[in-house]
Design a protein around this ligand. Structure first.
Ligand code: HEC
Length: 122
């Protein structure tokens, strides 16, 4: 019985060792997999913005159809307040997320760091 108990403790320690991640790692995880559709699906891998969909729109004057893009704005150069406001307000296209302040900060940090890294790559 004692042995089983010791084993259990070792096992639990293993589980927790894995869950010590940094804010940035947590932000990365949340950015790609928040409670809902990943931010990266619309805003791009590093928040650079992107095209969500293309569609054709009929111009009523010349009766021709034109290609239109539905875009998600870049979110990698906002200041922290603009970023938080953008996540929390209700939007036309973007879904409503119920992220905590800490989660929003973690995502913000991840975007800042990953954009800094990609600038250093150049
Ligand atoms: C379905 C596509 C979609 C997803 C998924 C999505 N967004 Fe958005 N986001 C948009 C669009 C489009 C806008 C512009 C406002 C609108 O029309 O809804 C926007 C606006 C924003 C803004 C405000 C930008 C500004 O200039 O003020 C922020 C910040 C933002 N999104 C962050 C996020 C974060 C963080 C996530 C993930 C938790 C996320 N978005 C997920 C499409 C998306």
């Amino acid at each position: 019985m004692k042995k089983v108990f010791v084993l259990l403790i070792v096992f639990i320690k293993f589980l927790f060792a894995d869950s010590f991640i940094t804010d940035v790692e947590y932000g990365k995880m949340l950015y790609k997999n928040p409670r809902g559709i990943g931010c990266n699906k619309c805003h791009g891998a590093k928040g650079e913005g992107g095209i969500i969909a293309t569609y054709k729109e009929l111009n009523k004057i010349d009766r021709k159809k034109y290609n239109k893009n539905l875009v998600a704005p870049a979110i990698n150069e906002l200041d922290p307040q603009e970023f938080a406001d953008g996540v929390l307000k209700s939007n036309k296209i973007m879904p409503m997320y119920f992220l905590t302040k800490d989660e929003i900060i973690a995502i913000y940090k991840y975007l800042k760091i990953s954009n800094k890294e990609s600038k250093n790559d150049k």
